[in-house]
Ligand binder design. Sequence first.
Ligand code: FES
Ligand SMILES: [Fe+2]
Length: 352
Amino acid sequence: MSERLELQTESTSNTGFAPGWYTIAASKEVGSKPKPFLLNGLPIVTFRDSSGQSVALLDRCAHRNAPLSAGRIIDGNIQCHYHGWQFDGAGSCKAVPGLCGEPDHAARRVPSFACRDSQGWVWVYSEADVQPDSEPYEIPFADHPGYFTVRERLEMPGPLDAVAENALDVPHTAFVHAGLFRKNKDRQQIEVVIRALDGGAEAQFIGEQRPEGLAGRILAPQGGEVFHWDRFLLPCIAQVEYRLSDRNHIIATTALTPRTPTVTDLFATVAVRVPIPNAILRAVVKPLAMRILRQDMEILRRQTEQVARFGGEQFASTEIDVLGLRIKKLLREASSGRGSTAQEERRIKMLV
Ligand code: FES
Ligand SMILES: [Fe+2]
């Protein structure tokens, strides 16, 4: 074997939780009923206020701590199921049934989270009662003219960093997705440029020919060189971008939301521009994307179970694991409030 192997071992699995905007639901899922979710183990409830704006509160009534999500929405306020207290989208107490006096009192407030509808998804800022100085990530080319956009959400087994690594990992495709992308024979050598981004990291793959698998043949029947980037952006974006000639462009953006230490919600937006009619794309892209995601889900489930059986991660890596350890490092740094200690650009060779 002529390749130089750089072995690194990593025994810690706790990357912490990076503050920021996280996707929590599809916009159409949030309506006139309270919708509960977990953000890094924290119960939060989302609903629409009287103006139709999506809002998010801690899912704990200020009175006796019943889950607000068990209640209902009345005129844009959430009413607790236990004694009927009502809270508006900012968490202020608007009604205490039976109380002769003003319900709105600071001690009766429920913490609220900044919440936005953006590009078909509802996003929540992870810290309560703050006005974030940023907005949710803008997904490139979603619903852009000329692009066919598919959205899908799935519950993935595994911590955020494992799900992000899987989404951006080339070496598993010949095995987990055998026949769909690359094959484990007739490999070609390509160059990978790994670079730090502002709050993230990117791997650019240079010199790869259109993969021979089913996905490549459908999306680029004429073949040719593939321009391919994999990116991770704090706190939760994993993005795969392919360009083949001027006409074909595929960009799959997944927003990853840690529900618990071993379950991550995945919200995928796939924007496709290929010279194929939308009716055919509709019949092909979603089933294909779901097949790929289910294969990933199955290997992530097995990996997560095995890590748990052995009481934690004990990973060995080589240089072709281009983004996994960087994702862990970025998350660790962001969760502890440190800025990124970005490395220089690196170039490696890989057989794909
Ligand atoms: S616990 Fe919610 S009103 Fe009493
Ligand atoms: Fe995969």
